[in-house]
Ligand binder design. Structure first.
Ligand SMILES: [Zn+2]
Ligand SMILES: [Zn+2]
Length: 179
């Protein structure tokens, strides 16, 4: 099996953690993680596990930007957002139920307290949440570019205050903004 990223490099059996075998690339430090093994391992570890990694030791720029093929079955792997504020995405082959982690991504997941709960990232619910949060961040950034930092913050404040305010309709009417 070749590394999907370095292509000529062979994947060799190694371990992400004690009791968590993967096929790893020595060159890019990426790893192919069978979720079957992962689930078994995650059931056995203790809850303090995630707290062991310090976020500042994490590299995040090794993420593969283009689509990669599964080293096992050669089908294109699907990319999954980890969080709204990170550009890093995880690759998953739904056919083999194996995930590709770029070098440093495992440490990143641990620092986000996802090391013991990785399959959550691959759920539709998680993806929807990350996407809508990302959309909101993009909207705010666009607003900031147009009206500036100060007015944007004011606008966000007002929006927060208005949403859920029981007098919202009356206030909007007063402002001349009701339909
Ligand atoms: Zn590699
Ligand atoms: Zn596959």
């Amino acid at each position: 099996m070749h590394c999907p990223k370095c292509t000529i490099e062979y994947l060799k059996p190694t371990k992400l953690e004690d009791g968590l075998p993967v096929m790893g690339c020595q060159k890019c430090e990426g790893a192919l993680l069978p979720l079957l093994y992962y689930r078994d391992w995650a059931e056995r570890i203790d809850l303090a596990f995630d707290a062991q990694t310090e976020p500042d030791k994490v590299l995040t720029d090794s993420d593969t930007k283009t689509a990669i093929s599964c080293p096992k079955c050669s089908r294109l792997m699907t990319k999954y957002l980890v969080s709204c504020s990170l550009s890093t995405r995880l690759d998953l082959c739904g056919n083999c139920d194996e995930a590709w982690l770029d070098g440093g991504e495992w440490q990143l997941l641990k620092s986000l307290e996802l090391g013991s709960n990785l399959p959550r990232v691959f759920t539709e619910q998680w993806q929807r949440k990350a996407r809508s949060e990302k959309t909101e961040i993009d909207r705010v950034n666009r607003l900031k570019k147009i009206v500036g930092e100060q007015d944007s913050e004011r606008a966000i404040e007002v929006k927060k205050w208005l949403s859920g305010n029981k007098n919202k309709a009356i206030i909007l009417h007063f402002l001349g903004l009701s339909d």
